[in-house]
Design a protein around this ligand. Structure first.
Ligand SMILES: Nc1ncnc2c1ncn2[C@@H]1O[C@H](COP(=O)(O)OP(=O)(O)OP(=O)(O)O)[C@@H](O)[C@H]1O
Ligand SMILES: [Mg+2]
Length: 254
């Protein structure tokens, strides 16, 4: 069975899309079969993989207007279910469906093709983000070690707890991933120390973190993951380390 992972944070610009793209590419390099799902109407993941001519998208899939197979396109050696810029119109229809928060779980329930399925959530806790939590085995919260980064974290944890209780008993926080990390700032270190001292969260910080790296910002403009764009960059090194830590702790054993 695939390990299904939601990359989620209702705050915008916290590295969700960058993490889905490059964790996925790292897992592919480690020879796993990877499916990425773009749940964001901004379509940043879809654009980062330069998919412009997809016949179907996640909105149609969730409304049973196409099959899982029909919704998948191939990009960078991975599979992708793309988004569309009119996903918000589909979200309106999805909100009127019975069991609207379980649509993705239902769609993914029969897939045995992939080792890892990574879902890129929009920066909100709307129906699509809840769908991803209801379908997931694990969730990862990427965030910057900066002031106020933790405001809102409680809300994510509480929402996930409700999803776990009501819809998906398996759901587990895999961890918080620090991104855009600058080791030299005392402040970044102080934020990490303070979270490490929080009794609820101290065992939920990944040891690996992702340093600030301009190459991570540039790669999507070329339709590439960091491994194609700049194989020797800090970003490539950090995302590979993170992928190995993830697989070791939560991954498929093989
Ligand atoms: N480690 C990093 N170093 C430098 N830039 C980064 C890093 N991680 C992400 N970025 C950049 O920060 C911006 C926000 O990242 P990203 O798009 O991954 O966040 P997001 O959480 O998906 O945003 P949204 O909430 O809008 O979907 C992007 O321009 C991205 O290229
Ligand atoms: Mg994004």
């Amino acid at each position: 069975m695939a390990k299904i992972i939601s990359v989620i944070n209702n705050k915008g610009g916290t590295g969700k899309t960058t993490t889905v793209l490059n964790l996925g590419a790292a897992l592919k390099k480690l020879k796993y079969k990877v499916l990425l799902i773009d749940l964001d109407s901004q379509g940043n993941l879809t654009h980062a993989l330069h998919i412009t001519d997809a016949k179907h998208h996640i909105g149609e899939l969730l409304l049973n207007k196409c099959s899982l197979q029909e919704s998948i396109v191939e990009a960078e050696g991975m599979s992708l279910i793309p988004s569309t810029n009119n996903l918000l119109d589909f979200e309106y229809l999805i909100n009127n469906e019975p069991g609207r928060e379980l649509l993705l779980r239902e769609v993914l329930s029969n897939t045995n093709t992939y080792d890892y399925i990574l879902m890129d959530c929009p920066p909100s806790m709307g129906t699509l983000s809840i769908n991803s939590l209801a379908a997931a085995n694990f969730y990862i919260v990427p965030m910057q070690a900066e002031n106020f980064a933790f405001i809102g974290l409680d809300r994510i944890l509480q929402t996930a707890q409700k999803v776990k209780t009501r819809m998906n008993a398996e759901l587990e926080l895999a961890g918080i991933l620090f991104v855009k990390y600058q080791n030299r700032t005392k402040f970044g270190q102080a934020v990490i120390t303070s979270i490490a001292e929080n009794s609820m969260l101290k065992n939920k910080l990944f040891n690996s973190y992702i340093r600030q790296d301009i190459a991570l910002m540039e790669a999507p403009a070329f339709g590439q993951s960091i491994f194609e764009y700049a194989a020797k960059s800090r970003g490539a090194f950090d995302y590979m380390n993170f992928a190995k830590e993830f697989v070791k702790n939560y991954g498929k054993k093989n």
